[in-house]
Write a protein that binds this ligand. Structure first.
Ligand SMILES: Cc1cc2nc3c(=O)[nH]c(=O)nc-3n(C[C@H](O)[C@H](O)[C@H](O)COP(=O)(O)OP(=O)(O)OC[C@H]3O[C@@H](n4cnc5c(N)ncnc54)[C@H](O)[C@@H]3O)c2cc1C
Length: 463
């Protein structure tokens, strides 16, 4: 029966005042009855416009249709065929600009809550579904550099085709940004670990503490018998503003701050890599990374956490839901201001952030209105810590140690968009390492496309 509601079935979540002081997941997810009710909003369009918005091509009307019929196992099967990390995507994908953007129900009200339904199905499958067993081996060995969404997707797809895949990861835990960047309260690490365990059950081997370019080079992997190497090493090199005072104590890159909190669990008692207790924190930037850093600072006990952003709220690149959640939790927003210097005390700790007011002029190459400083303006905020969340780029190690791998002027590896092929025979690349900082699902799409190309090149004798 069609559910004619023009709004999404609400998803229960923790109260803002409560969740602002704990690291537990904000949203609780749907019950089976809520999922069925929401799935009944789907029109099951024949031309499936939503699928064109999904970079990994999940057959959305088919899985949502199964949920509407109360068959969660069938829904889980449909998703698993295309998406190796559905519980992750159901939580962090920007669905509003992907699948849900094309949903016909969105023309007259809210689109079907495809992301929430994916999350419900994936969580159900984790509890009740069976792990996939390994495919018969085809004798082809492939190396994957980096265990983020790009690398894991590429590895999972190749393992399903019978390749022996080893993922080499620099950190001591696999998952990439999913474990070191995105906080526990948006994406519980146990969920990521469970999805990775499912890939291991499929036959994917993961070697942690291995820095490709130091422990072993890409060329060495190729001579050691790997027929292909997929580079999915992400964009983990932080950007700073280059303003006076950035080297003061208490100034962090978002990468360092979030890695300490998420991967090194700085919020737990006795953490080996703690964060100094702070009262007033300013986070510079307006993307998801800035929202995550601000909300982590609040949960670590800060009294006043401010977002400092040089444009207005309309221009913020963060997901609307993340901005809304941050506001609800009490994060202060200082918009249209830009830091020009940081001032410290005699012990070298940051104490003040000095900004100028900005106004917006014509749109720039990003399509957003260009911020320009207002002559003679000055805004100062007292702070104990500053987190710079203004972007990141690929770490140069792999391109420096693989001389025939080309990079563009932003340090991103050059690879074909639809196949991941680089100019170097046997080497493929995708995800943030190629595009610069982007999204989980785009990285997964690139990993999936590269897996297809690698298999095609191996079976046709091209490599
Ligand atoms: C704080 C934060 C919040 C975000 N929130 C969202 C969100 O809500 N939704 C969304 O869609 N996207 C979000 N993103 C972006 C998204 O996480 C990334 O686009 C995505 O993770 C990129 O995947 P990847 O596999 O290319 O790289 P990564 O996830 O960065 O993984 C790369 C891996 O390679 C490893 N590595 C690097 N160099 C080497 C080497 N030399 N040898 C071995 N291993 C190496 C790294 O340690 C890392 O584990 C967020 C990003 C951040 C930082």
């Amino acid at each position: 029966m069609l559910n004619k509601s023009t709004t999404k079935t609400p998803m229960p979540e923790q109260e803002p005042a409560l969740r602002a002081r704990n690291f537990e997941e904000v949203a609780f997810g749907y019950t089976q009855a809520q999922a069925k009710r929401e799935a009944e909003r789907c029109l099951r369009c024949k031309n499936k416009p939503c699928v064109s918005g999904c970079p990994v091509g999940v057959d959305i009307p088919s899985f949502v249709g199964s949920l509407a019929e109360g068959d969660t196992a069938a829904a889980a099967d449909v998703i698993r065929r295309a998406n190796a990390l559905p519980a992750v995507c159901g939580r962090v994908c920007p669905q509003e600009t992907q699948c849900e953007q094309f949903c016909v129900r969105g023309r007259n009200g809210e689109p079907v809550a495809i992301g929430r339904l994916e999350r419900y199905t994936a969580d159900w499958a984790m509890e009740y579904g069976e792990d996939e067993s390994p495919t018969d081996p085809n004798g082809v060995r492939v190396a994957v550099v980096g265990s983020g969404p790009a690398g894991l997707t590429c590895a999972g797809a190749l393992a399903r085709l019978g390749c022996a895949v080893t993922v080499f990861e620099a950190f001591h835990k696999p998952g990439g940004v999913l474990v070191y960047g995105i906080p526990e309260f948006r994406l519980p690490k146990a969920i990521v670990a469970r999805e990775i365990a499912q890939l291991e059950a499929r036959g994917v081997a993961i070697e942690t503490n291995c820095v490709v370019g130091r422990t072993v080079t890409v060329d060495e992997l190729l001579t050691e018998g790997y027929r292909a190497v997929f580079v999915g090493s992400g964009a983990g090199l932080p950007t700073f503003m280059g303003i006076p005072g950035e080297n003061l104590n208490g100034v962090y890159s978002a990468n360092e701050f979030l890695t300490r909190v998420n991967l090194m669990r700085a919020f737990e008692k006795g953490a080996q890599t703690p964060i100094q207790p702070v009262r007033r924190v300013a986070v510079v930037g307006g993307g998801n990374v800035a929202m995550d850093a601000a909300r982590c600072a609040l949960r670590l006990g800060a009294e006043l956490v401010s977002i400092v952003y040089r444009r207005g709220e309309q221009e913020m690149p963060a997901r609307a839901e993340e901005i809304h959640h941050a506001r609800e939790e009490g994060i202060a927003f200082h918009l249209l201001v830009n830091p020009v210097s940081l001032v410290g005390d005699e012990q070298g700790w940051v104490r003040e952030i000095v900004c100028v007011e900005m106004e917006l002029s014509e749109p720039d190459e990003s399509g957003r209105r260009r911020p320009v400083p207002k002559e003679g303006s000055r805004v100062t905020l007292p702070v104990d810590a500053v987190v710079m969340a203004i972007g990141s780029s690929p770490n140069p190690l792999i391109r420096q140690t693989t001389p025939d791998l080309a990079a563009n002027r932003w340090g991103c590896l050059v690879a074909d968009e639809t196949t991941g092929r680089t100019a170097k025979r046997g080497v493929y690349a995708g995800g943030d390492a190629v595009t610069g900082a982007a999204t989980v699902i785009l990285a997964m799409g690139a990993g999936q496309a590269a897996a297809r190309a690698i298999y095609e090149d191996v079976t046709s004798g091209r490599i």
